[in-house]
Design a binder for this molecule. Structure first.
Ligand code: NAD
Ligand code: MG
Length: 385
């Protein structure tokens, strides 16, 4: 069977996920025509990608001072929501949503309207707009393919369920860069410490989220929306080797797991090629080299953000938006060197307690609540520098 070439848009093309997706597109030019490339402000990097992949349309959120002659062949879109606007007339069959943060929600929304398949890396879109996004996917009959490694693993395991009900989802967590540090060391961890992730190479924001373990909290909420499971039936286990990417437990106690190397080209390639598995050139996993796999319970005392995510999920309404918005603001302040690492968790806690509960009925409600949470966080952190 000769697979058809698919037109793909890569939103957030200069980032960690975006560049790894382009590695796969580069390897399979007969399978992927890259029709749209977008980024925030790394203009030179995007120009290079445009020269190589020759998309129909490209976008930058921050308009550059100058566009080189040799990239003017494609349409350019600049400014607010430029990725979503570019996607609309790109003609893409598939959109890989790999912008970081709630900034990616508008893209996911647009992708569900104009693309057959949405390859979802941007977990914050589901955390903040989960019900709305899932309803839209159902209404538009779109395929939502998870790219986050845990959700890709669960998605793959669920294909073997054969109609049987699921008892639990088990998400694995590396534990992040501070996994084995004391509470005091965690409180004062430097940006450099935090960005040294033990197993995965990723963008800065998600690497900080791994160190607080708030990333796993975002993933619990993401799993709730993607797979329709209640908070009670989603567990987290710390698994330092990052070999088991996540698991599904059935009523008879059987647990199916998906294993692989800690290499995002695995789940990215799975979503891009779905349902076909495309070899991407990574070294095969050697279980004898790994030797042993270990699992332990998360430590709530040192990493309180994970249980705050469960709390936000159970509270519903705007709580997950507040949880996410306060974190995005606090992570920005931490990466800018303006607050201590320990303030991130305290800021999220304060925002969950301090921002009033409101119902979320539209995307505008999500964005308004996000602004409210950020304003709260800035004020909270401003008093603690
Ligand atoms: P990154 O910071 O490396 O890249 C982000 C990309 O988004 C860049 O291309 C940047 O230019 C673009 N961008 C940022 N803000 C934008 C805006 N307002 N408009 C347009 N473009 C914008 O991030 P990443 O690590 O690649 O993560 C991307 C998403 O994928 C995140 O939601 C993250 O949680 C998720 N994810 C990442 C990994 C990973 O291994 N990196 C794994 C699982 C999930
Ligand atoms: Mg993940």
């Amino acid at each position: 069977m000769i697979a058809l070439q698919r037109k793909i848009a890569i939103l957030g093309a200069t980032g960690s996920i975006g560049t790894q997706a382009l590695d796969i597109a580069r390897r399979y030019p007969e399978r992927f025509e890259v029709v749209c490339l977008t980024a925030h402000s790394s203009a030179d990097k995007l120009f290079e990608l445009v020269r190589e992949f020759r998309p129909r349309v490209a976008a930058l959120e921050t308009e550059p001072a100058w566009i080189p002659e040799d990239v003017r062949f494609c349409e350019w879109v600049f400014g607010r929501d430029s990725s979503a606007r570019a996607l609309e007339f790109s003609g893409a069959d598939d959109a890989l949503c790999a912008v970081v943060g709630i900034a990616g929600l508008r893209n996911v929304w647009t992708a569900l309207a104009c693309c057959e398949r949405v390859l979802l890396a941007n977990k914050e879109a589901l955390v903040t707009g989960g019900e709305l996004v899932m309803a839209r996917a159902r209404e538009m009959r779109r395929t939502l393919l998870p790219v986050d490694s845990e959700h890709s693993a669960i998605f793959q395991c669920l294909r073997a369920r054969e109609g049987n009900p699921v008892r639990r989802l088990v998400l694995t967590a590396s534990g992040g860069a501070l996994r084995d540090r004391t509470a005091k060391e965690i409180e004062n961890a430097s940006v450099e410490d935090v960005l040294r992730h033990p197993t995965w190479r990723m963008g800065a924001k998600i690497t900080v989220d791994c160190a607080t373990m708030l990333n796993k909290g975002l993933e619990v909420i993401e799993a709730h929306h993607l797979f329709g499971m209640d908070a009670e039936n989603i567990r987290v286990v710390v698994h330092p080797e990052s070999v088991v990417h996540s698991m599904v437990e059935f009523q008879d106690g059987a647990i199916l797991a998906q294993l692989g190397r800690a290499d995002m080209r695995g789940p990215i390639g799975y979503a891009m090629g779905f349902p076909e598995r495309l070899p991407y050139g990574g070294e095969p996993l050697s279980l004898t080299e790994v030797g042993s796999l270990t699992f332990r319970a998360p430590d709530d005392a040192r990493f309180p953000c994970l249980s705050m995510a469960y709390e936000a999920l159970r509270a519903g309404a705007n709580a997950p938006v507040v949880f996410n918005g306060a974190n995005e603001a606090a992570v920005g302040e931490f990466l800018g060197g303006r607050v201590r690492f320990g303030e991130i968790a305290r800021c999220v806690r304060a925002a969950l307690d301090g921002v009033a509960r409101r119902e979320i009925r539209s995307l505008d409600d999500v964005f308004a609540c996000d602004l409210e949470a950020r304003a709260f966080a800035r004020k909270f952190l401003g008093g603690r520098k």
